[in-house]
Design a protein around this ligand. Sequence first.
Ligand code: MG
Length: 448
Amino acid sequence: MSKLIMSMSGVRGIVGESLTPEIVQNIALAFGTYVGKGPIILGGDTRPSYDMIHSTVVGALLSVGIDIIDIGQVPTPTVQQMIKFYKAKGGIVITASHNPIIWNGIKLMSGLGSFLNEEEHRDFMEVYDKQLFNLKSWDNIGSITKDTQAITKHVDIILDTIDVDSIKNKKLKVLVDVNNGTGALANPELLSRLGVEFDILNSDPKQPFAHNPEPVKDNLVELQKAMKQGNYDIGFAQDADADRLVIIDEQGRFIGEDYSLAYCIDYLLRFESGKNKKVVVNLSTSRVIEDISSLHNAETIYTKIGESNVTEGLRENQATVGGEGNGGVIYPRVGWGRDSLVGIVVALKHLAESNCPVSEVVSTYPSYIMSREKISVDNRDDINQFLSKIELLFEGNKLDRQDGVKVIFDDSWVHVRPSNTEPIIRIFVEAPNQEIVDGLLTKIATIK
Ligand code: MG
């Protein structure tokens, strides 16, 4: 039996194995009971298991008296926007995000349109664990309303917030690999309204994913090749629920998740002319963000890993922009979550207004090499022991203990933290060259 992964961002499991109808039902019953009163926005990605999970969620929510606004198969950020639009009390997204097609899951959103924070998640888990569901009598069960125009509303909100005139006159040529995911539903409308010329790879949301949905270099071979063959100004790839975005430059080169985020943040800090500019990213995000923020006199604030921690940090600090180093832009003027549609608009504005190819802009950014390793552990004691040894090994250096241990040097860093979902310790090392990365990894390897 495969493992069910439960975390702050919801639940993920393999359909027919760990993600059973019973688990889906209990999550929805618990969430409806925890929220208490609707409406709840319900949407999901394009996986073939959508209908099965959707039916189960609908029955459960109705039975605890929740009114549902069902917006169908849409990007995750569309659900987040519709929570605000309808002043709903929360949202459920049926998705396993970037996981392969055999997976599905549920993301839970608060009334703010963001992931539950730690306190909210604890309250929800208490209902789930105790299974004290607030089942209603026949005359108090919930109702369903459908909205098939949610993506149009989402695009309206983005275009009402961000001035896109500079994009419209440039005749930009864009290629996007949506991998038959929810980007296939949203991008044509967004890109048409931006007035760009575009082609879409893997554009049928009724087909299975054309490749592994995680938007990393090895999964984007077709896109990189098509970029090289066509005469495109920029390429994009999204994950299945279109919260993450990565950029391919005009020469067909994958610029990396962190550098995709950097390209967007660079533009927004230039554009936001206010003082006290702040950027919020998680602790494992590349130093390139801090370098670019410093150039624009913006402060960089680091949070624990997890989108809900980054959005909490953005709210508390009234920050300009944020994100996670996996290619997710969070722009609070539009919403409290990673939104690839916002990322596409911002990247196209950068391209249009800089009058400079993506590769040239990115070549001015400091270059870093990041290594991501993991080691298996047996239990919590092993994790604590390993973290103590790391602290000892790097004694005298600047440490951040918000989430595991991060050791901070002048132009490099080491971040060691336990995974929230698996019995492993993640080791991230970043430095300006491979030699320093290898040196730090060799030093860590001396820990037994
Ligand atoms: Mg995702």
